[in-house]
Design a protein around this ligand. Structure first.
Ligand code: NI
Length: 198
């Protein structure tokens, strides 16, 4: 083989590499664009669970009001009580307008979080809180609709804890997701944003 065809082959290979890389890059960009565009619309869905008073509640019960939706469990040592406190502290800052907002806590630990347990737990955060539980299958289905990750891990002594994502979802009066917050949410920020929405 003489030099010229070798150089051509090398050039062709280089071109293929660059073109392949570019196609991959564009594909990734397109995928990222899609998830950003459809991400919010894809999150959420209908639910039918039982509240802390033993009453069957569905997503339709909350139409016409804004919903602050959070998934967690009452035995959570840190993240859940902190986040529920953020929600609880944000609402009074809105005065009478807080009546347009329903804070909802969906348990991802229905084995322990019975309606009675949720009732006692949520009393600390305010009378407007709704606690929802159900069968593990029902709760898992709703959690998946909201892209909530949770996993059980055993503790010494036979107990268990749950790792879980911590996101506050804001649903609009039509039940659709408006926005969401990670752990960085503060009562002031939440109250300011909700005040602008309602
Ligand atoms: Ni938690």
């Amino acid at each position: 083989m003489n030099r010229a065809p070798t150089a051509l082959i090398v050039l062709a290979l280089l071109f293929a590499l660059v073109a392949g890389g570019l196609l991959w890059y564009l594909g990734e960009r397109a995928a990222a664009g899609r998830s950003a565009e459809f991400g919010i619309a894809d999150i959420g869905g209908p639910f039918a669970l039982t509240d802390q008073n033993g009453v069957r509640r569905t997503d339709r019960d909350f139409r016409g009001r804004y919903v602050l939706l959070y998934f967690g469990y009452s035995y959570c040592p840190d993240v859940c009580p902190t986040t529920l406190s953020v929600m609880a502290d944000a609402l009074p800052k809105l005065g009478a307008r807080a009546s347009h907002i329903v804070p909802i806590f969906v348990t991802i630990d229905p084995e322990r979080d019975t309606p009675a347990v949720l009732k006692k737990y949520l009393a600390a955060f305010g009378p407007s809180f709704v606690g929802l539980t159900g069968s593990l299958a029902d709760v898992t289905k709703v959690a998946h609709e909201y892209r909530v990750y949770f996993a059980k891990h055993p503790l010494e002594g036979g107990n268990y804890a749950l790792d879980h994502s911590s996101v506050i979802y804001v649903l609009g009066p039509d039940g659709k997701l408006v926005k969401f917050y990670d752990d960085a949410a503060t009562p002031d920020r939440l109250a300011k944003d909700l005040g602008a929405l309602i």
